[in-house]
Ligand binder design. Structure first.
Ligand code: SF4
Length: 417
């Protein structure tokens, strides 16, 4: 028989669960931030118009890996341009990429558009309404996003677990094992599903996330102002400490090292960290270093204004379908002279005429950090006199003015270049 769950990591009493829900929701009603998608979510729920693009879907996808302050501007433009599922389904990928430019993780916008198209063409315009169906039927909708849409837009009593919820729950229940491990993640989903308020699931989930975003923050949580501090094991432990000679057996009723949710025996509670002992994560792999040579090719346009050549990236992989200056990934530790030669050869393919390596002017280096790549762009420039016929057999390419460049689907990294 499986071992009984360690009581310290559970909310075992229904009365405590009720009290926690009540305290959290009362705080949320008083203190929640006024965010644009919250107003629209209320409107969606009131009208139940199936053709509307669910506001929470767009906001949740945009908020993945991105700060609220950055998202608001993109969200407002998106909802103005494509307020309905039909409108988004009819948009081109180019339009989606142009609007998404600068928000990062571009596959999110692409999948959102593909999913809208699927709802319109295969599901008769009807959004799936449960977390299970949303996750199963819509591309780009994972367990978290499905739970958020189902609970916030359609009132299903289902929990959500995102980075904020992980932090809050790990602190509430003193969960100190690696918070990205399957055992901990499964436990947190069970806790979230058990805690979610049955009559106001969407508000409860937003309240838990809001608590993590504004009070139970990573570095300096505001425990004294926290509406659920009386239910928080980490806070209790910080207040009352524990006798040093007593082993961690008091934590959850298991011997040190036996509990899959307690901190490992090698990393016991550090009193200088207080509640920020939780959550804990295994050390991240360092990002991979990459070098890419890129060339800003410039010519005089027909009205005398400078124009620049941009080319489209492949339709899959990093920055799929976005536009960039002609670029070439480089081997590490290549001599500068060799870098120039390789870039000149690459440019020759675009221009259909020889390019002298020494004609390339070195401008500088631009560093851009993607989530898993530390990218260095080695930037060159080249002025061209006369016309260049671009080879249509290569990737799509075009000449743009500076204003057109800024309005195109180009990444933040290319704007830095
Ligand atoms: Fe987080 Fe502190 Fe509240 Fe506990 S008491 S949930 S650690 S803010």
């Amino acid at each position: 028989a499986p071992a009984p769950p360690p009581a310290r990591h559970l909310f075992s009493s229904p009365a405590e669960v009720e009290a926690l829900r009540g305290n959290l929701l009362a705080w949320y009603d008083r203190c929640k931030r006024d965010l644009p998608w919250r107003a629209l979510v209320r409107a969606d729920i009131g009208k139940r118009r199936p053709a509307l693009l669910p506001a929470v879907w767009v906001s949740e996808i945009m908020l993945q890996q991105t700060q609220v302050a950055t998202v608001i501007h993109y969200y407002n433009r998106w909802m103005q341009k494509w307020p309905t599922l039909q409108a988004l389904a009819e948009a081109s990928l180019e339009e989606v990429n142009e609007l998404w430019a600068g928000l990062g993780y571009y596959s999110r916008g692409k999948r959102l558009q593909e999913a809208a198209r699927k709802v319109v063409t295969e599901l008769a315009g009807q959004m799936p309404r449960t977390a299970e169906e949303l996750q199963k039927l819509l591309p780009g909708v994972g367990r978290y996003t499905a739970g958020a849409i189902a609970s916030i837009s359609y009132g299903q009593a289902t929990g959500v677990v995102d980075g904020n919820v992980i932090r809050v729950l790990c602190r509430l229940r003193c969960i100190g094992a690696d918070s990205s491990s399957p055992a901990v993640i499964d436990w947190l989903w069970d806790l979230a599903n058990a805690l979610v308020d049955r009559s106001r699931p969407g508000d409860f989930n937003q309240a838990l996330m809001e608590l993590g975003a504004t009070v139970c923050v990573p570095k300096a949580p505001l425990c004294r102002e926290c509406p659920v501090k009386q239910h928080c094991q980490a806070w209790r432990r910080k207040l009352f400490g524990k006798p040093p000679a007593v082993p961690d057996v008091e934590d959850c009723g298991k011997r040190v090292g036996d509990c899959p949710l307690c901190p490992p025996a090698t990393e016991p509670w550090d009193s200088s960290l207080g509640v920020t002992n939780f959550p804990r994560k295994a050390a991240k792999k360092p990002p991979r270093a990459m070098r890419t040579a890129t060339c800003v090719l410039e010519r005089r346009g027909c009205h005398g204004a400078p124009e620049y050549l941009i080319v489209q990236r492949p339709s899959s992989g990093l920055l799929a379908g976005l536009w960039e200056f002609p670029s070439l990934p480089l081997a590490q530790d290549l001599q500068e002279e060799k870098e120039r030669e390789e870039l000149a050869d690459h440019l020759q393919a675009w221009m259909g005429q020889p390019v002298a390596a020494k004609g390339l002017r070195f401008i500088g280096e631009v560093i851009h950090i993607f989530s898993h790549i530390h990218q260095t762009y080695v930037v060159y420039s080249l002025h061209i006199d006369g016309d260049v016929t671009l080879d249509p057999a290569l990737s799509p390419s075009r000449w743009v003015t500076e204003d057109e460049f800024r309005a195109s689907a180009v990444s933040t990294a290319m704007k830095k270049v």
